[in-house]
Write a protein that binds this ligand. Structure first.
Ligand SMILES: [Zn+2]
Ligand SMILES: [Zn+2]
Length: 441
């Protein structure tokens, strides 16, 4: 059997295996790392996925085997799956986060939306799925992890300047609350920044699949300072229908994008409750986040109902509704991280020509729109009423000679524009622009 003859056929077949997230084949996506074939017709194939234990792994395995075995002369196919390393900035050689595959921040624009609870139950669910997980609570305003983990007075061990995580039923946890304990409030201020950077840089997590970081709510300097110390793979914004404010969500997105942290999506908490009487889902505050995907191009990762047992995450099996809520959430998170790590995704490019914005979709097609009309199409909370959907911006208020002061792509999903009329909250998802001005060749 001649490898020179068979190898092109192997690649031909591999090129028909499509990654449903990336809409591209696994060869073009760069997943196929090595192919070798023996005289006896045994193929050894290394496939590198974007994330460890990618949910698509078994699908790929079946499809690749089936397709390669259809080639004449191939008797057996061995597939080795590996995963791509995270590309995060290395803060220092000593950084304890280097052995972690994915670091995800859970954030909220406001307090009281159940962010810490979601972080804890997400960590438990990841653990239940077989991952090695760490959970770091950096919420300086009210670290709630000690309560959620039923460890109000955990002893934190420090060995050779390394801080050992507190293990709670196999989950590795660290919280400012463990260290500050019942320290009087006056002591807290100056200690907080010292302690947070120590927790970030000196906690000895060891090798982990996921580290979940519970950030303090808000989008101020404290959050920025924390975020600059960690190379994040993605951030998730938690909101509730009753506190949802599009202005806050915009601020959150801009904060993460400024630091080049991709926002993976939004979790809507306290969306609904399941009625004891009729068994139906009752939505208390309407379908709050339903139009976020359209406004910002961000996916809703989960709608989490009011859950009765939502305060104790101290045991391995904590978390009601594992199959219906947490497991699908994990799969969505994995897909979103994978999409962003894959280097094949190229964002459209924009440039300004006279008074038009030209979008190069990178597939040979282009769209043009006048700057004034683009400004008029803004759907931010100042331009369109959040609740009624009524336009607040009058088209005639926009001068025909309006200029763009600053334009910045937001990850792979949208573009943010600062206008010469002082308007700085415009976010246009690519999909929205595609509908607004259909691409042509
Ligand atoms: Zn009912
Ligand atoms: Zn606007």
């Amino acid at each position: 059997m001649s490898a020179e003859i068979v190898k092109p056929k192997i690649f031909e077949q591999l090129k028909t295996v499509i990654d449903p997230d990336l809409h591209t084949d696994i060869v073009t996506a760069g997943f196929v790392k090595s192919v070798s074939i023996t005289e006896q017709g045994i193929v050894d194939l290394t496939v590198e996925l974007t994330i460890p234990t990618c949910p698509l792994q078994s699908k790929f395995k079946v499809e690749i085997e089936q397709k390669l075995l259809s080639i004449e002369g191939i008797k057996k196919v061995n597939i080795h799956f590996t995963s791509r390393k995270r590309a995060g900035v290395q803060m220092s050689q000593q950084n304890s986060l280097n052995q972690i595959h994915a670091v995800i921040a859970i954030s909220a624009c406001k307090g009281g939306v159940g962010k810490s609870t979601i972080a804890s139950f997400l960590a438990r669910a990841l653990q239940r799925k077989g991952f090695r997980v760490g959970l770091m609570d950096l919420d300086i305003y009210g670290p709630s992890l000690p309560t959620l983990m039923s460890r109000p007075h955990a002893d934190v061990a420090i060995i050779d300047e390394r801080i050992l995580p507190v293990e709670v039923d196999n989950l590795l946890t660290m919280s400012l609350g463990y260290i500050l304990g019942d320290a009087p409030a006056v002591l807290r201020g100056p200690l907080v920044s010292t302690y947070t950077s120590q927790l970030i840089h000196q906690t000895e997590w060891g090798p982990l699949d996921f580290l979940i970081i519970d950030l303090p709510p808000g989008t101020g300097d404290i959050q920025l300072t924390l975020l600059q110390q960690v190379a994040l793979d993605g951030a998730i914004i938690v909101t509730t229908p009753q506190t949802l404010s599009l202005v806050d969500v915009t601020r959150g997105i801009l904060m993460f994008e400024k630091l080049h942290v991709p926002v993976l999506g939004v979790i809507e908490n306290m969306s609904y409750f399941v009625c004891d009487n009729c068994g139906k889902k009752h939505f208390l505050f309407g379908n709050g986040t339903a139009d976020l995907p359209e406004r910002f191009g961000l996916p809703i990762l989960a709608n989490i109902p009011l859950l009765s047992n939502f305060h104790d995450a101290s045991t391995k099996n904590a978390g009601e509704e594992y199959n219906t809520i947490w497991e699908p959430l994990i799969e969505k998170i994995q897909h979103e991280i994978g999409k962003r790590r894959a280097n094949t995704l190229s964002s459209p490019e924009v440039h300004i020509k006279e008074n038009e914005l030209i979008i190069d979709w990178k597939d040979g097609k282009f769209s043009e729109i006048s700057l004034a009309n683009l400004r008029r199409a803004c759907r931010c909370a100042y331009c369109v009423d959040e609740l009624t959907g009524e336009p607040l911006l009058k088209p005639e208020e926009v001068p025909e000679d309006i200029k763009i002061e600053e334009i910045q792509p937001l990850g792979h999903y949208a573009v943010s524009i600062f206008w010469s009329d002082g308007h700085t909250s415009s976010i246009y998802p690519w999909d929205f622009l595609k509908n607004l001005v259909p691409p042509h060749s």
